[in-house]
Design a protein around this ligand. Structure first.
Ligand code: HEC
Ligand code: HEC
Length: 136
């Protein structure tokens, strides 16, 4: 009986650690969000990040630094890469254009509609001017 309890407790601890580890961001579960809503769901966060990657045609590591603990992982909460901070400015700018000129309020939900997105300018390039460089 006692052994059983220990096994169950052990399993519960294992599951709990697994859940904590799979949570994005820092170990405490607190995310480093300065523009996105603090209570954004994992699904909405994933959707926003996938859209940025698609609209600029880059991988997650374009904005996210390599983890100092495991070089095979990205440290999503880290602000070490300047592209991440530039993106925060771009997010604010894009939200402002939508609100001030088109009356769309960006709320960072999966599948949300907006007048001007990253793609409007970037068109699948990390820097918009690269579209023209390619044509020349
Ligand atoms: C163009 C830049 C860019 C790309 C590409 C990008 N991200 Fe992000 N990501 C950001 C920014 C900026 C933030 C912080 C937003 C804020 O401060 O509100 C962020 C935040 C996050 C967070 C929350 C981190 C935390 O603090 O807990 C996760 C998780 C994340 N990104 C995952 C991804 C994944 C997975 C991909 C690839 C599919 C990806 N990102 C691609 C810019 C990017
Ligand atoms: C109104 C046009 C416009 C929109 C909308 C826009 N960007 Fe940009 N973005 C630019 C321009 C122009 C540059 C290049 C600035 C420069 O060369 O100094 C740039 C540069 C960047 C860079 C730096 C790239 C590098 O290699 O240095 C990132 C990252 C970026 N944008 C992400 C985004 C994301 C993510 C979005 C959507 C949330 C977005 N941008 C929306 C025009 C835009």
């Amino acid at each position: 009986m006692k052994n059983k309890i220990i096994v169950v407790l052990g399993l519960a601890t294992f599951v709990f650690i697994g859940m904590a580890a799979s949570k994005p961001g820092s170990r405490s579960g607190e995310r480093n969000l300065k523009v996105l809503p603090k209570d954004i769901s994992n699904a909405d966060l994933d959707s926003v990040m996938e859209i940025y990657s698609k609209h600029l045609n880059v991988s997650c590591d374009f904005c996210h630094a390599t983890s100092k603990i495991n070089p095979n992982d990205l440290d999503y909460a880290s602000d070490d890469k300047p592209e991440k901070e530039i993106t925060r400015q771009m997010m604010k700018m894009t939200a402002a254009i939508n609100k001030d000129f088109f009356d769309y309020t960006i709320i960072y939900k999966a599948g949300e509609r907006m007048a001007v997105s990253c793609f409007t300018c970037h068109d699948g390039f990390p820097r918009p001017e690269m579209k023209h460089e390619k044509k020349q």
